[in-house]
Write a protein that binds this ligand. Structure first.
Ligand SMILES: [Zn+2]
Length: 226
């Protein structure tokens, strides 16, 4: 088994991106086949996070997606870390100042689908679109089939798209980097504390809502997730 960490927000509400502002960037789509499941959503345009503080040293801004300062991206690239792509992003601070020195940080490393040995099942799927709902995970230690892992430093396992993971090498570097505004937990220990949140289903739209199109096709098409 590969030693890994969860890479998450700093668990400080005051540092998170404003939820209402993020919602305004989303477009909701009902099922094209008339399915009764929930709508799927995706963001329109480049990421624009709004925060309720003025601390320009908080270089990672977490909402549903992450904006990372370009200086941090440069350092990650210099260290040779893999498993992420970036796009232009802006961050507006409490004083109204907007910085375009940020990048949307999308984790693109792939560790396949959560194994059935973890307890997870496909509970429901729509015959008319790619919407699916997955069941609770009872044993997170058995979630990842490491043969499916691309070997990249930042990665996730489907359908846990919002629980970003990283290698021990990346975690150790992040801890020593002086970069602020994130938290790390061994294995799935952070998710383990909130495991009840997985008991109400894990609904997901197409993988292309979480990954760039070429990667959604590469990883998702053979699995019917694209
Ligand atoms: Zn549908």
């Amino acid at each position: 088994m590969v030693s890994f960490c969860q890479f998450q927000d700093p668990a400080k509400y005051e540092l998170l991106a404003d939820f209402g502002a993020a919602l305004k960037q989303l477009e909701y789509t009902a099922c094209p086949a008339g399915g009764k499941h929930g709508k799927t959503c995706r963001r329109i345009g480049d990421l624009h996070h709004v925060v309720k503080h003025n601390d320009r040293q908080e270089h990672m801004i977490w909402g549903g997606v992450i904006a990372v300062h370009e200086g941090v991206v440069e350092r990650l690239e210099r260290e040779g870390f893999s498993g992420f792509r970036t796009r232009p992003a802006r961050v507006t601070f409490l004083d109204g100042g907007t910085s375009d020195e940020y990048r949307e940080f999308t984790v693109t490393g792939w560790a396949g689908v959560v194994r059935p040995e973890s307890g997870m099942r496909l509970l429901d799927s729509c015959p008319g679109c790619l919407w699916k709902n997955y069941g609770p995970i009872t044993d997170l230690d058995k979630a990842i089939d490491w043969d499916q892992w691309t070997g990249e430093d930042f990665f996730f396992v489907w359908p846990l798209t919002r629980h970003r993971l990283c290698t021990e090498r990346a975690a150790k570097w992040l801890e020593a980097s002086g970069i602020r505004s994130f938290s790390l937990g061994r294995g799935f220990e952070l998710l383990e504390k909130k495991k009840n949140s997985l008991c109400f289903g894990i609904p997901r739209g197409p993988l292309s809502h979480d990954l760039p199109e070429d990667l959604a096709i590469k990883y998702g098409r053979p699995l019917g997730l694209e």
